[in-house]
Design a protein around this ligand. Structure first.
Ligand code: NAD
Length: 487
């Protein structure tokens, strides 16, 4: 696999075509603060060309039998597996994340397996009869998909847009974040090698300007977006008058509620993963921890002990287990938010400062804030950093009210000694997903948010709904319809 650290071409019609763009963006390794590559911003003409190529390739790919499309995606999965170490290296350069954690590619291979298993459960054509007669109800690809992804989980983010679109017969043009543009390029080569036909998949590069050109292009039928709520709103605003389908996977401010009888080890193990993983830069982070008075000190002390075990620094060093945040600007923003919260009365039990000793990059000390109350900045805003906010509650109703007071509704957790009781409390939380005595949800369960966390679902059989359109055909009677289908 080619190692990309420069990208001055677009992937159009199965070929790398040198860009005529004059704007280039430096790509910085957050662990060192040094530029390690550059990407050229695609011109509006190149965006239009990539989407037109997708339009031209669509009928051929849409009519390719499902089993052939699955064979191509399985070949792609094998190539991803063969090139895991190289993809992990590109990922670590973009995120500064520990190489050991990058090597898992955030379960991308499991995700690929799940898509293949789930797509086989779909019924693409079905005969239905009622008192009005008989119809064949058919599910067909929505058409040309513009996939737009953030920088925070390279490989997995790209796969989550490319593969559900392709396996259901759509053509797709991807744009990754200019802060992590190279994984997308490497995946184009692997998809072409696996047998995705020319044009059915394409890649353009750049920031918001390029993304907006993709959204409004007449060849785009659907926008599959993952990113911030602010950008999601803007995309919805642009797509609305054009009546384009929009799927939005946006931000979160997820709450974990600890019930009085919760198991301490389960709480602490879960929070160490979903409070701090990827330096807190995951959308489903459990960034608010709601504790009853009687468990507060015990849980906080146990978390402080474990936080002391984080080692920040060179992502290739054996003992390093926590990376930096994506940029200097983002680190300063996190720091200000933490300081504003402390000024409002919270306490930094750990951290609360940039970790300058960890290296030349943009490290932030893993931070545990206690005494946080609703209304304080760290209780309200998505931080996307290694900062966990502890909020005390008195009684179930107050815990539920605090959890639901957020504008977001992506994920959540409830911990309790009685699992059925924890589930009952969890069902009162306004959120797309929720973990009971755990921190994540299986890949085959639909994932996505309510409220300002998004529109639509990905993953599982239901995730394909976003990529398929129903078409109904009336037939004289059921016998004829079945004979047509069997043919
Ligand atoms: P971002 O919104 O700044 O950018 C995301 C992508 O959208 C990038 O490719 C960017 O270039 C593009 N973009 C930005 N403005 C655009 C516009 N007006 N039109 C079209 N494209 C535009 O987000 P980010 O900083 O890269 O990522 C962090 C955010 O992503 C967080 O809010 C996080 O919660 C969210 N996220 C959500 C999920 C989820 O599944 N819900 C997963 C990962 C990340």
């Amino acid at each position: 696999m080619k190692h990309y650290d420069q990208l001055s071409a677009n992937f159009i019609n199965g070929e790398w075509v040198e860009s005529a763009g004059t704007e280039t963006i430096g790509v910085i390794n957050p662990a060192t603060g040094a530029e390690f590559g550059r990407v050229t911003e695609s011109t509006p003409e190149e965006v239009a060309e990539a989407l037109a190529a997708a339009r031209a390739a669509l009928p051929g790919w849409a009519h390719t039998p499902l089993e052939e499309r699955i064979t191509v995606i399985e070949a792609f999965a094998r190539l991803v597996e063969e090139n895991m170490a190289e993809l992990a290296r590109i990922r670590t350069s973009a995120l500064g994340a520990p190489f050991k954690s990058s090597l898992t590619l955030s379960n991308s291979l499991d995700l690929l397996r799940m898509y293949v298993e789930s797509v086989r459960k779909l019924e693409f054509r079905q005969v239905r009869s009622d008192s009005f007669g008989t119809a064949i109800v058919e599910r067909r690809p929505v058409g040309v998909v513009a996939g737009i992804v953030p920088w925070n989980v390279p490989v997995r983010n790209e796969i989550k847009k490319l593969i559900p679109a392709l396996i259901t017969g759509n053509a797709v043009v991807l744009k990754a974040s200019p802060q992590s543009p190279f994984v997308g390029a490497a995946l184009m080569d692997l998809l072409a090698e696996a047998g995705v036909p020319s044009g059915a998949v394409g890649l353009v590069s750049g920031g918001a300007k390029v993304g907006e050109a993709m959204v409004t292009d007449p060849n785009t039928d659907k926008i599959a977006f993952t990113g911030s709520t602010a950008a999601g709103r803007r995309i919805a605003q642009l797509a609305g008058p054009l009546l384009k389908r929009v799927q939005l996977e946006l931000g979160g401010k997820s709450a974990a509620i600890v019930l009085p009888d919760a198991d301490l080890a389960t709480v602490v193990d879960s929070m160490m993963i979903f409070g701090y993983a990827n330096s807190g830069q995951i959308c489903a982070s459990l960034s608010r921890l709601l504790l009853p008075e009687e468990r507060h000190d015990e849980v906080v002390d146990a978390l402080k002990d474990r936080i002391a075990g984080f080692r920040l620094g060179d992502p290739y060093a054996e003992n390093v287990n926590l990376g930096p945040v994506i940029s200097g600007q983002h680190r300063d923003w996190i720091d200000q938010l933490v300081k504003d919260t402390v000024a409002a009365g919270a306490t930094a039990e750990t951290g609360g400062e940039p970790a300058l000793e960890a290296g030349p990059g943009w490290f932030y000390q893993p931070t545990l804030l206690t005494g946080v109350r609703p209304g304080m900045r760290s209780a309200e805003e998505e931080i996307f950093g290694p900062v966990l906010s502890v909020i005390k509650y008195a009684g179930e109703d107050e815990a539920v009210a605090i959890a639901n007071s957020s504008d977001y509704g992506l994920h959540g957790a409830v911990f309790g000694g009685d699992t059925a009781e924890a589930y009952r409390v969890g069902r009162r939380i306004e959120t797309g997903t929720l973990a009971v005595n755990s921190f994540d949800v299986p890949l085959s369960a639909p994932f996505g948010g309510v409220k300002c966390s998004g529109l639509g679902r990905e993953n599982g059989v239901e995730g394909f709904d976003e990529y398929l359109e129903y078409h109904s055909y009336k037939f004289p009677n059921e016998q004829i319809a079945r004979a047509v289908l069997d043919n």
